[in-house]
Design a protein around this ligand. Structure first.
Ligand code: FAD
Length: 384
């Protein structure tokens, strides 16, 4: 079936793409939806990738719905293994690498992000941002292997916990001096580090990887770490190539307004690929809850009711049972943390320069206070 000028075309079958299609179908059962994806289009819950060992699942076990079932469930026509190569915003048409062109009434870019590659890590470093990546990672992972993780951020620490708890030898290396430096104050980062170290994880902080050869990483401070598998978790960059080529405004990600509209009419974006409107005081998007919140609002807009939804502060659970951790990412970095409690049971509130409390972080037993702290954050702009 070819798309028509009335169709909604969604590029991307990740959490953003499927959640939007599901929300839209609650409001409109008639308008054709086309879902284009360069992967196979199966539905899976990405956060499970970094706790799959604890769940005793491999990549296939993490698939929640096969492609056809997932697409049928949201009433969409699936174009799998098809990469969108160009957008003609004036003609309201996209081109796919299989020669197909689809016309759209409204286009939504839910194209996600791509792991950042660091040449010092060499060509064999594996990044895990998709279920196919995870399949490759598990295939390359000998039992009880020594795994070196580059990156002590959220994803690096979650994999460290999952692997160490399952009996793998885990080393973590990062330039930062405590884990999750952008999300946690030092005291809580150290509490998280101590929890992971008690599980057997070895941290090498304050020095990056200089080079890698024959299963040995040489760090900038001269330390060497031997490994069987190198997992790169140094960050993601929003996918903007397609949008930029079409002339859409982009910052770090695709720029959108408070209704997730891009600079081109009838083109919207959500998920890991976007830059949220900082002037609207919105929180960063690249987490599950903000995407769900944005998808509900965008579904309404696509159904004809223009809906703005500045993203409120929403907590993210860091999946490190070795030290339970919950963060509500601060609005920006210009402010300060105030920490109370005794490690590992610490509560921290981030105050922005204008004096508003815009984020918080809880570790250990303090994570039970989630409701209390969430209530202190700026008012939630409900979409209902
Ligand atoms: C290991 C891991 C653990 C995480 N844990 C948590 C957590 O605990 N809590 C939390 O809130 N968040 C977590 N996150 C973040 C969260 O999972 C992501 O924010 C979310 O899944 C992003 O969804 P998305 O649909 O925007 O992107 P993606 O899932 O990356 O989907 C992008 C889609 O776009 C398609 N695509 C891209 N370019 C093209 C093109 N040109 N043509 C066709 N198709 C294209 C891709 O094929 C894919 O289908 C985690 C992330 C990772 C990697």
């Amino acid at each position: 079936m070819a798309a028509s000028s009335a169709s909604i075309v969604i590029v991307g079958s990740g959490h953003a793409g499927y959640t939007l299609a599901r929300e839209f179908r609650k409001l409109d059962t008639e308008t054709p939806i086309h879902l284009v994806t360069r992967d196979d289009g199966c539905a899976y819950y990405k956060p499970n990738l970094s706790k799959a060992l604890a769940m005793d699942k491999d990549a296939d076990g993490l698939v929640q719905q096969p492609p056809d079932q997932a697409a049928a469930g949201v009433g969409a026509q699936l174009h799998a293994h098809a990469t969108v190569t160009a957008i003609d915003a004036d003609a309201h048409r996209i081109e796919l690498d299989n020669g197909v062109a689809l016309d759209y009434g409204k286009l939504v870019l839910a194209t996600g992000a791509t792991p950042i590659r660091l040449s010092a890590l060499g060509p064999d470093a594996i990044s895990v941002n998709t279920i196919d990546d995870y399949r490759r990672f598990r295939a390359a992972l000998p039992e009880k292997a020594r795994v070196l993780i580059a990156g002590a951020g959220l994803i690096g620490c979650e994999f460290a916990n999952d692997l160490a708890a399952a009996g793998y030898q885990v080393d973590v290396v990062d330039l930062c001096t405590w884990p999750l430096p952008r999300l946690l104050p030092e005291a809580q980062g150290q509490a998280l580090q101590a929890g992971l170290e008690a599980l057997g994880v070895r941290f090498h902080l304050g020095a990056g990887v200089k080079q890698v050869a024959d299963g040995v990483a040489e760090l900038e401070d001269g330390t060497t770490v031997a490994f069987d598998v190198l997992l790169s978790a140094i960050g993601l960059a929003p996918n903007t190539t397609l949008a930029k080529a079409a002339g859409l405004n982009c910052g770090r990600g695709i720029s959108v307004d408070a209704a997730f509209q891009t600079s081109a009419s009838d083109i919207y974006a959500l998920g890991d690929c976007v830059d949220v409107p900082a002037d609207a005081g919105a929180q960063p998007m690249p987490y599950i809850l903000p995407i769900a919140h944005a998808a509900r609002a965008l579904a309404k807009t696509l159904a004809g009711e223009h809906t703005e939804a500045p993203l409120p502060a929403m907590p993210v659970i860091v999946k490190t049972p070795a030290c339970p951790t919950l963060v509500c990412p601060p609005l920006d970095n210009t402010g300060h943390w105030q920490v109370a409690g005794e490690a590992p049971d610490l509560e921290a509130v981030f105050t922005s320069e204008d004096g508003r409390e815009t984020g918080f972080a809880l570790t250990g037993a303090a994570t039970k206070k989630r409701g209390e702290f969430a209530g202190r954050m700026p008012p939630v702009h409900h979409v209902d």
